[in-house]
Ligand binder design. Structure first.
Ligand SMILES: [Zn+2]
Length: 416
């Protein structure tokens, strides 16, 4: 049994800056609630409570503000709670290998400088606080890339999920370095694809999370809700069957859906980007944590009605799980969510779509802040799934064919 003292040491990561002190989210509470299955987990989300741990246990753990605590009490499922203290975690010294926003922009420029012929940096929109949301476009055939099969990787919709910036950023570098090192198969692949990598969808949230040198466990963007609370959950703000469960209308909630679908500049940017690229066939949205491969649907327990589409998602998720050892499942098997990226990308555009909940597996092994040593571990586990998705982006339905027909460019370094 984990003691309260131990938990306090795990959760000593809350800042109470002079500015934040006035806000309702400044006071943080650690809560443990009964939740044995996806139905009970969904009930908590519907109460506006964002579960941090609970996938592999019969209870859910969450950190929330005072409003969340009240909502938790109302569910009748609250087992115990206590106030979490301000703490010691320091992004720059302890986790300096993680990229803050400016460092990420510099790394993007460095990646471009490796080979400007195959890399373009594109500003696809601006956040509430005016930061650029940047796409790294990689193609060996830049001029005609709009006619090539395209894939899009996104990272860090949720601010505190910093590994989900690092993974796509490292992917971009690996692709360009591989291309430059005369890896023939990789060159062929990159010459015949348009690869889009948007490592940080929510830079305002990221900067807020690390601004005071201590992690705030911030999840949402930084919209001023006008009532003393901040932020919309960007992964509940997409427009497909928005607000139909697993999200909250309460502005102080960590799963606040926003005032309307696509109310946020960050989700608007992704929407416009995807709508302008009908060549996108495949999408992967990186999140942390839990070590899961999720695919639609999130808003309903029903499987995807189209048999072929359902099988493509299942086969690809299973294949990728062989590399990263994550658990493949339909998103709603975890708990219901509406307004997320993948339901929208598949539901609205027919794009084959996945969410990876990266390492670690649980809160007890680091949760959102597992430390910088996890960066190369996560990369090594997930590079092959990424290459696999890039390869099959020309026609993901190829996975339904016999093995000999499935083989493609990357077979020299991918075995499947
Ligand atoms: Zn997330």
């Amino acid at each position: 049994m984990i003691t309260k003292i131990m938990l306090l040491s795990i959760f000593t990561s809350f800042a109470c800056s002079a500015f934040a002190a006035k806000q309702v989210e400044a006071e943080k509470y650690w809560m443990k609630l009964k939740a044995t299955n996806k139905v009970e987990r969904t009930e908590l989300l519907n109460a506006g409570l964002a579960i941090e741990h609970g996938i592999h246990d019969d209870y859910a753990i969450l950190i929330g503000n005072k409003d969340d605590l009240e909502a938790a009490k109302k569910t009748g499922k609250l087992i115990e709670h206590f106030k979490a203290e301000a703490g010691l975690f320091d992004f720059p010294s302890k986790d300096s290998k993680f990229h803050n926003y400016d460092e990420m922009l510099r790394e993007m420029q460095a990646i471009r400088a490796l080979n400007p012929n195959i890399v373009q940096l594109q500003n696809i929109g601006r956040t509430h606080e005016g930061r650029m949301i940047v796409n790294i476009k990689i193609s060996g055939n830049m001029r005609y890339s709009s006619q090539l099969p395209a894939i899009v990787f996104t990272g860090t919709h949720h601010a505190r999920e910093h590994l989900s910036t690092e993974m796509p950023l490292m992917l971009a570098r690996a692709l360009v370095e591989g291309y430059n090192s005369q890896n023939f198969n990789l060159q062929k692949l990159i010459n015949s694809r348009e690869i889009n990598i948007i490592p940080m969808v929510n830079p305002d949230g990221v900067e807020h999370d690390i601004a005071d040198g201590v992690y705030k466990r911030w999840r949402k963007n930084r919209r001023d809700n006008g009532d003393g609370t901040y932020g919309v959950d960007l992964n509940r703000n997409y427009g497909y069957l928005w607000g139909t469960g697993g999200s909250s209308k309460r502005t102080s909630s960590d799963v606040y859906m926003g005032p309307k679908p696509f109310s946020e500049p960050e989700t608007q940017a992704i929407k416009a980007f995807v709508e302008n690229k009908p060549n996108i066939t495949t999408l992967l949205s990186f999140h942390t944590f839990s070590e899961l491969i999720l695919y639609p649907w999130g808003h309903t327990d029903e499987p995807i009605a189209n048999e072929r589409d359902r099988r493509v998602h299942e086969i690809m998720a299973n294949r990728m799980s062989k590399w990263n050892n994550y658990t493949p499942q339909a998103s709603a098997d975890l708990y219901k969510t509406s307004g997320d990226t993948t339901d929208w990308a598949y539901g609205e555009h027919g794009i084959i779509s996945f969410t990876f909940e990266l390492d670690p597996k649980s809160l007890w092994s680091g949760g959102f802040y597992p430390g910088q040593d996890m960066i190369p571990v996560v990369f090594n586990k997930n590079i092959n799934p990424c290459l696999y998705l890039i390869e099959f982006a020309d026609n993901p339905y190829r996975v339904l064919q016999s093995r000999s027909k499935r083989l493609g460019f990357t077979t020299d370094f991918l075995e499947y």
